[in-house]
Design a protein around this ligand. Structure first.
Ligand SMILES: C[S@@+](CC[C@H](N)C(=O)[O-])C[C@H]1O[C@@H](n2cnc3c(N)ncnc32)[C@H](O)[C@@H]1O
Length: 221
């Protein structure tokens, strides 16, 4: 499946239209959903695939150090502008390029890892979850808000499956039908809070949401 065309046109187009499209959803309740998840971040915190930075206003002073990461150069440029213009209310922060499937950080180096609508866009979500588990300290938390495949047997789930190849191209790698709950439940992390919701004022293909937190065991496994 083609995620990025040879000129990177779809990636640049996505970096242009995504913030504009999401702005409507953010104003219609999307920001509150983010706040319920991201507001729980504490200690040394890593955000994956931060995009243009819609999670940034939701971090609190409980975050001592925030590392916001993003692999797409077009998105990273926007993220750097956002973070400089309106710095998050945290102890300290830095923005840098990083791929969630190959994190350039040592084992057990973060108290919290966050992601917003990123599991859909990585090449191998299982690898992303393994990397999250690796960089979290024992007892550390992964906080997520992700759009997912609709329920098994639903019409929307079937539609998401059918449109997946076009969706992946138009939305620069975004699969509308990821089974993120199953992935997390079968991972080494322990799911401690999970909620289903709807992304307000968004294309129907990305409306079913999963938000919650998963914890790394105190024994470090
Ligand atoms: C739908 S956007 C979400 C942006 C932002 N997190 C938000 O909450 O609005 C998906 C983001 O995932 C990023 N992404 C794609 N592949 C990735 C990877 N392998 N590792 C980390 N981020 C990735 C994209 O560049 C894009 O910024």
């Amino acid at each position: 499946m083609l995620t990025r065309d040879r000129w990177g046109l779809n990636e640049r187009a996505f970096a242009w239209y995504y913030p504009r499209l999401m702005a409507v959803s953010e104003r219609s309740g999307g920001a509150e959903l983010r706040s319920r998840v991201i507001g729980r971040a504490a200690g040394r915190t890593l955000e994956l695939g931060a995009g243009n930075g819609y999670n940034l206003p939701h971090y609190t002073a409980a975050v001592t150090e925030l590392v916001v990461t993003e692999p797409s150069p077009a998105m990273l440029a926007q993220l750097e502008r956002t973070v400089r213009a309106t710095p998050p209310a945290v102890g300290s922060w830095r923005a840098m390029a990083a791929d969630a499937e190959r994190l350039p950080f040592p084992d057990a180096s973060f108290d919290t890892v966050t992601s917003g609508y990123v599991q859909c866009s990585v090449g191998d979500p299982a690898r992303m979850v393994d990397e999250i588990a690796r960089v979290l300290r024992p007892g550390g938390r992964y906080l997520f808000i992700e759009h997912v495949r609709a329920d098994e047997g639903s019409l929307l789930g079937r539609v998401q499956d059918v449109i997946e190849p076009v969706h992946v191209y138009v939305a620069a790698g975004c699969h509308p039908n990821r089974r993120t709950e199953e992935l997390l439940r079968s991972s080494s992390l322990e799911v401690e809070w999970l909620e289903h919701a709807r992304l307000p004022m968004a294309p129907v293909s990305v409306r079913p949401l999963l938000l919650g937190s998963a914890r790394k065991g105190l024994d470090g496994r």
